[in-house]
Write a protein that binds this ligand. Structure first.
Ligand code: NDP
Ligand code: 2IT
Length: 453
């Protein structure tokens, strides 16, 4: 690119971001996600006038539709409670809307639009025919009884059912939505519609679920890290890993790191983190899974249970490690956290959570020459196996575990190689640019084919 084309790209980019900010006032997370993609896609399309003429990025930054609804439910004391439910159907250019549901008090339109936008690119990277969507509620499952969670899920689905379908929009889990919630949601869909179809993924094995789906996001994020290391002639074996979160993604990331010969020394939740210099082995991991999934307790209990482990307030990024895997939530690594990781010798980051690193944190990693795997590539294993669950449901078959794990592993390698193809430069691989551009091309070309839609 010449100097003047660089300047022109910069002008277009700034104008585009300013437009997004103006049209979506106050939606900080959404602005952040769009800016992160635009910073790498605008230079790529600088000399491809058709994408500008057809306003592709402008249209991609606008959800197809947003559905917002009231979710009344009754708590165990008989009080009527009221929550807000959402489904953001972001883009169905390459397949039906697909993406998780999040139940967390922080859920709002900005958060779900950022997640739906990201999901569109992520799903494109998987190579499967899935568009992007996301939904959820500000309902807080923490401290609620099973019956309260059930009544909430039933009320939520009583509205959502009319907007989704196995060929229209297929939700799944995310923060606060796991096996228990998917069971209640699926049961209510089936009851209202009187149809047994694969309208949700992450289902239980007794009613159409897929093997490996529960493990897929965490496993996939570790495979992605292994792929980046192998590309440089290195390996995860013997590496010390800091992981945040202690939910679905974090716990299965621990399991795969252990299988590949690494050592995980931290886990966290919203109260703080535990540090275990001896490593979180299979026995300790089984304790964490029972604690989080069955007893629904706090990660601090780990430090009471295992000698040598300690609990600390805050986030785990001050602990010295070779590899960091944020697997809790968005914006959990800022510039200070990133600088700490670099200073302590961390060489690679694989994002299990969605957008866990803010823009300054990302630039810090990139300037330090670290291996940085953005979430839309690193955590795509979860939705990829969801896509395989959809295939199994529609053909009424179920594949075995070995086959699904092979497919997951192959998918993560294919995504890695797409990032290399579009992100390779003189200094190595810019995985962020590679993921954004590779994800963009397929969706953009489908939109071009549709004309002015
Ligand atoms: P879970 O609900 O199973 O676990 C979430 C974990 O993150 C908990 O330990 C939780 O702690 C912690 N956490 C949540 N919010 C915050 C917060 N605001 N501050 C600090 N800690 C927090 O969710 P998942 O493991 O499914 O999801 C984790 C991340 O991975 C999310 O970003 C999600 O979008 C992403 N993801 C999930 C996929 C999946 O298949 N499940 C697929 C791809 C991405 P606490 O209990 O204290 O709230
Ligand atoms: O962010 C994600 O990719 C998910 N929460 C999983 C979505 C899915 O449809 O499996």
């Amino acid at each position: 690119m010449t100097m003047s084309s660089v300047n022109k790209t910069d002008v277009y980019l700034k104008r585009f971001i300013a437009g997004v900010e103006k049209r979506n006032p106050g939606e900080q997370e959404f602005h952040q996600a769009v800016a992160e993609v635009a910073e790498t896609v605008f230079p790529y399309i600088a000399d491809k006038q058709i994408y500008h003429k057809m306003q592709i990025m402008e249209r991609m930054a606008e959800p197809d539709r947003v559905i917002m609804f009231r979710v009344p439910w009754t708590d165990d004391e008989g009080n009527i409670r009221n929550q807000r439910g959402y489904r953001v159907q972001f883009n169905n250019s390459i397949g039906p809307y697909k993406g998780g549901l999040r139940f967390h008090p922080s859920v709002n339109l900005s958060v779900l639009k950022f997640l739906g936008f990201e999901q569109t690119f992520k799903n494109s990277l998987t190579g499967l025919p899935m568009g992007g969507g996301k939904g959820g509620s500000d309902f807080n499952p923490k401290g609620k009884s099973d019956n309260e969670v059930m009544r909430f899920c039933q009320s939520f689905m009583t509205e959502l059912h009319r907007h989704i379908g196995e060929n229209t929009d297929i939700p799944a889990g995310d923060i606060g939505v796991g096996a228990r919630e998917i069971g209640y949601l699926f049961g209510q869909y089936k009851r209202i519609e009187n149809r047994f179809v694969g309208v949700l993924t992450g289902k239980g094995m007794a009613f159409g679920g897929s093997k490996i789906r529960t493990e897929a996001t965490g496993y996939g994020a570790v495979y992605f890290m292994q792929n980046m290391l192998e590309y440089k002639g290195d390996d995860i074996r013997g590496k010390t890993v800091c992981i945040s979160g202690s939910g679905n993604v974090a716990t299965y990331a621990v399991e795969k790191v252990n299988q590949l010969g690494g050592k995980v020394v931290t886990l966290s939740d919203s109260s703080g983190f535990i540090y275990d210099p001896d490593g979180i082995n299979a026995e300790k991991l089984a304790f964490v899974m029972d604690l989080k999934n069955v007893r629904r307790g706090r990660i601090s209990e780990y430090a009471d249970e295992f000698k040598g482990a300690s609990f600390h307030e805050g986030r785990p990024w001050g602990v010295s490690c070779d590899i960091a895997m944020p697997c809790a939530t968005q914006n959990e690594i800022n510039r200070d956290d990133a600088e700490n990781l670099v200073k302590n010798g961390c060489i690679g980051v694989s994002e299990g959570a969605n957008m866990p690193t803010d823009l300054e944190g990302i630039h810090t990693f990139q300037n330090a020459g670290m291996l940085y795997a953005p979430s839309k590539a690193a955590n795509a294993g979860g939705v990829a196996v969801s896509g395989l669950e959809m295939s199994q449901n529609s053909s009424r078959i179920s594949w075995d575990e070995a086959e699904l794990e092979r497919l997951l592993k192959d998918t993560m390698l294919t995504i890695h190689n797409s990032c290399v193809e579009y992100g390779k430069n003189k200094d190595g691989v810019d995985y962020l640019a590679g993921a954004n551009i590779a994800g963009f091309i397929k969706v953009a070309d489908a939109m071009l084919a549709f004309g002015h839609t």
